[in-house]
Design a protein around this ligand. Structure first.
Ligand code: GTB
Length: 218
């Protein structure tokens, strides 16, 4: 049976591929694993059937035979561990690639995600500009370190890995902020990830979901 993932029935990002199913779709495309998608509404996500998949009532989830997983990082790691192509064979290189996966999710993504939330939820607050500057500085701190590590290399540690997949994904949320452009090597790194055929297929598939929903709405 092909694995089934869950994704937004109507993504609030209007097809920009910013929701966290995008990284799972991309990982599945990279390893050539066909999959099915169960689309869920915000209401569905809080129903018992979905809470059994993810106690926090969120997407994405992953079901395969008798295994159900949640957390996009854990799902990506599972895909990378059960298919060739996203983690090196050498044990030390593999452990380093997994470090980059955690770095993407635990060190780089938090201030970026926080900034996205602030731009939506705190936009009208009197202290918004100050808050935004603080968040931008936190992000710059991470991007400076990341750019310093990357240097002129195409990927973080040798060949493209699940570490790069997650690191590119989390930085995509900076599109339109102007921050990525301050780091040309990182802007090129993200563009390199987005140019991968597997990324393009994943992006097009999530965009098709948004377009179908729009058509239904008339
Ligand atoms: N740590 C979890 C993981 O990595 O899987 C976090 C999962 C998560 O945040 N899921 C979000 C969700 O289900 C969707 S991705 N939210 C619904 C809820 O909590 O009720 C976050 C997201 C949402 C919207 C946009 N957007 O519109 O641009 C982008 C990203």
């Amino acid at each position: 049976m092909a694995p089934i993932i869950t994704a937004f029935e109507r993504s609030p990002d209007r097809g920009r591929g910013l929701a966290r199913d995008m990284r799972v779709r991309w990982a599945l495309e990279e390893v050539g694993q066909p999959y099915d998608v169960r689309l869920v509404s915000f209401a569905d996500m809080k129903e018992p059937a979905h809470l059994a998949r993810n106690p926090f009532g969120q997407i994405p989830t992953y079901e395969e035979d008798d295994l159900t997983l949640f957390e996009s990082g854990a799902i990506t790691l599972h895909i990378a561990e059960t298919h060739p192509g996203l983690l090196p064979d050498d044990p030390n290189a593999r452990a380093r690639a997994i470090s980059w996966m955690f770095a993407a999710l635990n060190t780089v993504e938090p201030p970026i995600f926080e900034r996205s939330l602030a731009t939506i939820l705190e936009h009208d607050a009197p202290w918004y500009q100050q808050r935004l500057q603080g968040l931008n500085d936190s992000i710059r701190k991470r991007l400076t370190s990341l750019a310093g590590h990357l240097g002129d290399a195409p990927w973080l540690d040798g060949a493209f890995s699940a570490g790069d997949l997650l690191m590119v994904t989390v930085q995509r949320r900076l599109h339109g902020s102007g921050l990525l452009e301050e780091y040309p090597a990182l802007a090129a790194y993200v563009a390199r990830g987005e140019a991968r055929p597997a990324y393009q297929r994943a992006f097009d598939d999530q965009l098709a979901v948004f377009r179908d929903a729009q058509r239904e709405e008339g």
